[in-house]
Design a protein around this ligand. Structure first.
Ligand code: GMT
Length: 375
């Protein structure tokens, strides 16, 4: 098939999932066309089967807001015609599903039919999409998509609760290529980051309030009072200043390593002992899955789709949002016994197998086939 993929090309989970999906589909013989405003961050390899088409929005002073969805829908029309794309898979409802619907209508005028598959990722529904400013357009775009998928049952339930949806929503969980996370402990550069006796705690996110990174700092503070430890913080975002201030206030700034945005999360996870994800809400928690794939147990909140990913007492532990005391207790329970840590690491890796790319990507292929047949 020739598949057009639209996504946010940034470090966010939806862009990562869309990119990894495109790359895996290309390995399975499909021709993939990424259509977005810059090259997706994890798109390292441009092969015969993978193409990237940039959406340019010409700056014009009259426009207070530059019309990205207009430029995107025009680009989609051009690319579908030029490359005879069979199907469009748009990740993130706003504005991608909306722009794809406009493109579909324009193409129909020329007798070309291209169906749309929309994947909902979370913030497009729970944080942004349900805002009254966007709700009618998001409802319309979801209902007009030919197939709709959500990355967890929890996100599907939220979507049905928040919007008046007439379409079926297929739950297709996010996935992981375990081959990319198969470093053995000895391959890792652990010694560069911490002393032999220190445990390494890691958190990866866009440092937005929804991630509750201040809880990460407080949990780490409690941990390091009991055992020698370092915290690796990966990502950039609006909470950074508050995080730095809290580290200084707690006098642990020298124990926290700020690594910024990274394309090599696997290389940091491979020497990590524990991953913290105390988010306020999370439709899936791809970062937790990436940690588990590296054999890192997860201490998380029990919100949204996280319980579908992190298994209580197996790959880690889950607590109520904001329950720093219980998260600390569970973290220390794992970290204080070498034998228990080893067991949890093995179980975390085992849990990640449930989301193996080779199990999940064929589900998307089937959805494409069914969509093409029914349209
Ligand atoms: O978490 C974010 O703020 C980024 C956001 C995105 O759209 O990239 O992540 C969402 O999609 C990811 C991939 O499906 C999920 O793993 C995240 O849980 C989800 N974030 C939220 O629901 C807050």
């Amino acid at each position: 098939m020739k598949i057009g993929i639209v996504c946010y090309p940034t470090f966010g989970g939806s862009g990562v999932v869309a990119t990894e999906l495109g790359l895996e589909l290309s390995k399975r013989g499909h021709e993939i066309h990424f259509i977005t405003y810059s090259q997706p961050v994890r798109l390292e390899l441009l092969s015969n089967h993978v193409h990237y088409h940039e959406v340019n929005v010409p700056e014009y002073p009259l426009f207070h807001y530059q019309p990205y969805e207009l430029a995107l829908s025009s680009k989609l029309v051009d690319m579908v015609k030029l490359h005879q794309i069979d199907i469009l898979h748009v990740h993130y409802a706003i504005p991608h599903a909306y722009a794809a619907y406009m493109a579909k209508k324009m193409l129909l005028e020329e007798g070309i039919h291209v169906p749309i598959v929309t994947t909902l990722h979370g913030t497009d529904i729970t944080l942004v999409g349900s805002h009254p400013f966007y709700k009618p357009a998001v409802t319309f775009s979801i209902n007009k998509s030919d197939s709709v998928t959500a990355v967890s049952q929890s996100l599907k339930d939220d979507t049905l609760r928040l919007f008046n949806i007439k379409n079926d929503i297929h739950v297709v969980p996010n996935f992981i290529d375990l081959e990319k996370y198969k470093f053995s402990f000895t391959d890792c550069q652990r010694a560069m980051m911490a002393e032999e006796n220190e445990k390494i705690i890691t958190h990866v996110s866009n440092l937005r309030p929804v991630k509750r990174v201040l809880d990460v700092i407080r949990i780490f503070n409690n941990i390091q009072k009991e055992i020698p430890a370092k915290l690796m913080l990966i990502g950039e975002g609006p909470e950074r200043e508050k995080i730095v201030a809290l580290c200084k206030k707690l006098n642990i700034y020298d124990k926290v390593v700020f690594l910024g945005k990274s394309n090599e999360i696997d290389k940091i996870l491979c020497f990590s002992d524990l991953f913290l994800l105390p988010s306020q809400t999370e439709s899936f928690g791809l970062a937790a899955l990436e940690a588990m794939a590296s054999g890192v147990p997860v201490i998380s909140s029990n919100t949204g789709g996280i319980p579908e990913v992190n298994e209580q007492g197996y790959s880690g532990f889950l607590s109520n949002v904001g329950d720093i005391a219980e998260m600390t207790k569970n973290a220390l329970y794992i970290l204080k016994s070498e034998e228990r840590l080893k067991t949890f690491k093995a179980q975390a890796r085992q849990q990640a197998q449930k989301f193996n790319v080779h199990k999940i990507v064929p589900i998307y292929e089937k959805i494409y086939q069914d969509t093409l047949e029914k349209c």
